[in-house]
Design a protein around this ligand. Structure first.
Ligand code: OFO
Length: 169
């Protein structure tokens, strides 16, 4: 049986992951309005990843005999100034999620739940990849994308991103 404090922390993180999906879906809608299909595709892949992250935590909590308690999901922002503005927000958001995952692992550690600590290692590593993926797009946007032609080229590149269902274990 999972510790009650840890159960609450897992539920908070499940909510944060569903919020991430919501946020990226809102960014997806923004890029759809701008007719930037590649950026939209990037957000579609990202929101699917967030759903997988949420469900990984969800299933783990159930498997450990904990109770999943779904909470309401905060309304995400709906407008941005530019693709750069969006990706600045994405990086900030992923940095926040990294700090939340670390805090969750700290709770697991503090209640000496070695199995949960080990499970959460996957999420800690995943956050490194998440921040790196976002930073790569952001670097291009910050350094060289000052014109519409560059945004168009980057849009073509981002269209190639595909979703692979992660194996969380
Ligand atoms: Fe779930 O990693 Fe992004 O938020």
């Amino acid at each position: 049986m999972i510790n009650e404090t840890l159960e609450k922390a897992f539920n908070d993180q499940i909510n944060a992951e569903f919020y991430s999906e919501y946020l990226y879906l809102s960014m997806y809608a923004y890029f759809d309005r701008m007719n930037l299909q590649g950026f939209k595709n990037w957000m579609d892949v990202q929101r699917q990843e967030e759903r997988a992250h949420a469900m990984g935590l969800f299933q783990y909590l159930q498997d450990r005999g904990g109770k999943v308690t779904l909470d309401k999901i905060e309304q995400p922002k709906t407008n941005w100034e530019s693709p750069l503005d969006v990706f600045e927000d994405v990086l900030k958001h992923e940095q926040l999620v990294t700090s939340k995952i670390n805090a969750l692992a700290d709770v697991a550690d503090s209640v000496k739940d070695r199995a949960a600590v080990s499970f959460l290692d996957w999420y800690i590593k995943e956050q490194v990849e998440e921040e790196s993926n976002v930073s790569n797009v952001l670097k291009t946007l910050r350094l060289i994308c000052n014109d519409k032609q560059c945004i168009y080229m980057l849009d073509k590149e981002l269209a190639a991103r595909t979703f692979t269902q992660p194996v969380i274990e």
